[in-house]
Every structure is written in structure tokens, then in C-alpha cells.
Design a protein around this ligand. Structure first.
Ligand SMILES: [Zn+2]
Ligand SMILES: [Zn+2]
Length: 238
């Protein structure tokens, strides 16, 4: 009621097309939301890469056959294309935290469709090193995980995983260098928290998967039972 009144007095405009939005807690209008491309199966049953073929296909991609990831399964809800690409940029670099509501809705729709995280007991996000967090002011992965935890009613703790080594930007490195760069760069506040737990790990973007894989390695070595990863987007159009 109060939200509707505020919206009447100060209409919210879509961040993509600048049209008025009726939902006071959204940043994107329904038409622009439809332009965000959902990723469709078949997916690699390990890393979630989009594969060619029958949507019912249950296959492991060549990369996962060569180097099996530590996580049990990864998923990404949408294609990393515009308008979503621009919105993720606004979320991370212009610090438009309220976009997490729109992003969370996209992730939850996808999760429901594919039964993602149905047995998960704990949500974790990808931590940032304190030096980088100081510069960026917000950890986007944290904000997404917080929103998701609230909507799904699953416990979320922002400081369970910690980034203890300030590493180079992954995008500039080749596979082996990426793994070396990230090796032992995360730690757990208390490993008993994750022991025998089914964990859902959240991030905004799946690029090479090295970061979520290193976190998963730590979680699995600390006794986590099952680690599932979900990201908002992935750029693997086929
Ligand atoms: Zn719009
Ligand atoms: Zn794969």
C-alpha cells in the first residue's frame, strides 16, 4: 500500500527503456524483462554449459570430462547478453543494489523450473578480499545471496567463506594460471558449519568457473556433502 503510494508520487522508471514501472520494487519493466534470454537445456550435468541436442540429453561436456569440477553441479539462469549485461554492470560498478530484486526473481524462476537447490540447507556467496571490498564498497555476490536466502527461507551467512589472498583478475589469465592464482585463496571461518551440509553457492556470473570451483574444493575438503552452484548469467551461447 505504502509502496503503491510512493510509486504514484515518484514513479519508478525502467533502467533499460525509461518507461514507467508499476511494481515499486523493480528496476526493469515487464517488456524489458522478457528481452533477458533464459538459458535452455540441454546443459552439461556438471558445469551447466549449454550443449547442443535434445533438451532431455544428460551429458558431461568435454571440459568436465577432462577436469572434473569439485562442485556437484552448476547452473546459470540467463545468457550474458544485453540488456542483462548492462544491468549487471550497473549492479556491480554503479552500485545499484536494488537490482538484486529483479535478479533474484530471474534466478528463482530458473531454480523452480529445474529443481535447483531443492535439498540445500545453506546459501553461501563468493567472498571478496577486504582490500577489494574496501574499493568496491559492496560485494554483489553477497547482496544476491542475501536476497535469495530471504526469498527461499534458507539460512545465509556472509562471513562463512573468506577471501584471504588478494588475487589477480582471473579474466587475464590462462587456465593453469587461474588455478594457481586462486589456489588456497579462500578460507572457512569454521569448517564445522559446512560439515555434512548441502550448500548452494551464489555468484553473478559464470566465466571460467575457476572461482566457484576453488570455493567448492575448500567446501568439499571441509566435509560439505553436496555443493551446487547457481549464477545469474553465463556467456556460453551456442
Ligand atoms: Zn523497459
Ligand atoms: Zn561441463
Amino acid at each position: 500500500m505504502l509502496g503503491a503510494l510512493i510509486n504514484l508520487l515518484y514513479p519508478v522508471l525502467c533502467r533499460v527503456c525509461s518507461e514507467k514501472i508499476n511494481e515499486f520494487d523493480r528496476n526493469i519493466c515487464a517488456d524489458c524483462a522478457k528481452k533477458i534470454k533464459e538459458r535452455l537445456p540441454p546443459f552439461c550435468i556438471k558445469c551447466g554449459r549449454q550443449l547442443k541436442g535434445d533438451p532431455e540429453l544428460m551429458a558431461v561436456c568435454p571440459d568436465c570430462k577432462k577436469h572434473a569440477p569439485y562442485f556437484d553441479r552448476a547452473w546459470s539462469a540467463c545468457h550474458y547478453d544485453n540488456p542483462l549485461k548492462g544491468l549487471i554492470h550497473d549492479f556491480k560498478y554503479k552500485k545499484i543494489s536494488s537490482l538484486s530484486t529483479d535478479f533474484t526473481a530471474l534466478i528463482i524462476d530458473f531454480m523452480k523450473k529445474y529443481n535447483v537447490g531443492k535439498d540445500c540447507q545453506m546459501i553461501l556467496s563468493i567472498p571478496m578480499h577486504s582490500r577489494r571490498l574496501f574499493k568496491r564498497e559492496i560485494n554483489h555476490s553477497d547482496i544476491l545471496a542475501q536476497g535469495l536466502g530471504k526469498k527461499l527461507g534458507i539460512s545465509y551467512s556472509s562471513n562463512t567463506l573468506k577471501k584471504t589472498k588478494d588475487t589477480l583478475f582471473q579474466s587475464k589469465l590462462k587456465r593453469e594460471a587461474r588455478i594457481k592464482n586462486l589456489h588456497l585463496s579462500f578460507s572457512l571461518k569454521d569448517s564445522s558449519i559446512v560439515r555434512n551440509k548441502n550448500i548452494l553457492l551464489i555468484d553473478d556470473l559464470f566465466t571460467t568457473g575457476s572461482t566457484v570451483n576453488e570455493c567448492s574444493r575448500l567446501l568439499k575438503n571441509s566435509g560439505a556433502r553436496y555443493v551446487e552452484v547457481i549464477t545469474l548469467a553465463r556467456g556460453d551461447s551456442i
